[in-house]
Design a binder for this molecule. Structure first.
Ligand SMILES: C[S@@+](CC[C@H](N)C(=O)[O-])C[C@H]1O[C@@H](n2cnc3c(N)ncnc32)[C@H](O)[C@@H]1O
Length: 220
């Protein structure tokens, strides 16, 4: 019923969160979305943006994917449904309210292939000892990527946690003015034998950075 009504007008439920402020779960044109005050978090344009990035990555040899920023879990839906991904996914999320939304509103189920961890991505990466073949970095608070996720120390932890034939997909910004910080990250990646590609204004808004290991490298 709600789905049908949503073709006539959007139906929204609001949920308060300590980390993300007022979150909105909205039915619109038969589909449910998760939005923050000023940004689509999951199952809308964000899902299309990450899908576009994933199309540029060879997922054939990816056995372990790490997602930093679970949100409502739309990139997991994309991996499973559009890319038929059947291997392991670990998803990190700082906000327990968001994890509940992903489970209760978007039917995300933990199972032997999907592990959800409630932690700050910065802290998790600092202590992580596992290797991941693909790391998807989709960390926003509303429209902002927190500064710490543009820092060299965070990116050194990312590189250390990426396998030798690994890939990184970074949803870098909704803004066009993070060029200086992004060029520092690109230099660090290239110094560590990654080939990098920047995709600008994906879906008219976001900048994506894709990095793939080109050959052997010295671990940081
Ligand atoms: C755009 S949403 C992620 C959408 C998700 N990737 C998807 O496919 O539906 C950004 C998420 O980053 C999370 N986040 C922000 N800062 C974080 C941090 N320090 N550690 C872990 N998660 C964080 C937010 O709570 C939010 O859920």
């Amino acid at each position: 019923m709600i789905r049908l009504l949503s073709y006539i007008y959007p139906i929204t439920k609001k949920v308060e969160s300590k980390y993300n402020g007022t979150l909105e779960i909205t039915w619109h044109n038969g589909k449910k979305h998760l939005n923050s005050k000023n940004a689509n978090y999951s199952y809308g344009s964000l899902q299309e943006i990450l899908k576009f990035g994933l199309q540029k990555i060879d997922l054939k040899n990816c056995e372990n994917i790490l997602i930093l920023g679970l949100g409502g879990g739309s990139v997991i839906e994309t991996l499973l449904k559009d890319f038929n991904y059947i291997n392991n996914i670990t998803a990190l999320e700082i906000d327990p309210v968001i994890i509940d939304i992903a489970k209760d509103e978007f039917n995300l189920l933990e199972n032997k292939n999907l592990k959800i961890i409630c932690d700050d991505a910065l802290n998790f990466m600092k202590h992580n000892k596992s290797l991941f073949d693909l790391i998807i970095i989709d960390l926003f608070i509303d429209t902002e990527v927190p500064d710490s996720f543009l820092s060299t120390s965070f990116w050194k932890d990312i590189i250390r946690s990426n396998s030798d034939k690994g890939h990184i997909l970074f949803n870098a910004s909704l803004k066009e003015n993070i060029d200086t910080k992004l060029s520092g990250i690109i230099s660090l990646l290239e110094d560590n034998h990654y080939q990098t590609t920047i995709l600008e204004r994906v879906n008219g808004t976001n900048t994506l950075l894709i990095a793939s290991q080109s050959n052997e490298r010295n671990r940081l």
